[in-house]
Design a protein around this ligand. Structure first.
Ligand SMILES: [Zn+2]
Length: 194
């Protein structure tokens, strides 16, 4: 390696809190050096740990509340939980395999950033979607919906709209439902069940 003046660039950090260390890498020879983090780097690191912990808080509270509940008990528990967290918990109605009204519960993983230069911004990761069948006695199951999944899901739902519009009976039914429920943003009541 030719003799040169190192050109340090921040490359990574290690540890957290008081033990946080910043690592620079030379752009010429790739040698690393460790140094004390700057005030800004400390704030960014604090932000990363803080929001990555808080972003799952509602989800963890939801899991705790749901324990091993199934069926109607699980549905009603989820609804009570949603009332306390209307911003983070959304519902959509589906039928289970016995054609009994059931829930899809969407728990948003998000938190407001509190430290660093993005303090005040929202940090959003995606949503855990839990399917709670009412009568099949199956345990609720969950999947994670990243923002990048939403477009694909919307395309499928649009296709279902097209299919429903092709059937005059479904079309009529949809019109009537639209008149009853309007386009209000209120979540669908979870038990106007069949
Ligand atoms: Zn160098």
């Amino acid at each position: 390696m030719k003799k040169h003046v190192h050109k340090w660039m921040f490359s990574a950090s290690r540890g957290y809190g008081r033990s946080l260390v910043s690592i620079d890498r030379c752009r010429v020879c790739t040698e690393d050096r460790e140094r004390k983090p700057t005030k800004e780097e400390r704030a960014e690191n604090r932000e990363m740990w803080d929001s990555s912990k808080r972003i799952h808080i509602i989800h963890h509270a939801f899991l705790k509340r749901m324990k091993d509940l199934v069926g109607l008990e699980a549905i009603e528990t989820a609804e009570r939980f949603a009332k306390k967290h209307p911003e983070e918990v959304l519902f959509s109605s589906v039928d289970d395999d016995y054609h009994a009204g059931s829930d899809l519960v969407f728990v948003l993983h998000r938190a407001k950033r509190r430290f660093g230069k993005r303090a005040g911004e929202m940090h959003y990761m995606g949503a855990t979607v839990t399917y709670i069948p009412q009568l099949t006695r199956e345990k609720p199951i969950s999947f994670f919906l990243y923002p990048s999944h939403v477009e694909g899901l919307r395309r499928v739902l649009d296709q279902l709209d097209v299919a429903a519009e092709e059937d005059p009976e479904r079309r009529r039914e949809r019109r009537i439902l639209a008149q009853i429920f309007g386009k209000s943003k209120k979540r669908t009541p979870a038990r106007h069940r069949t």
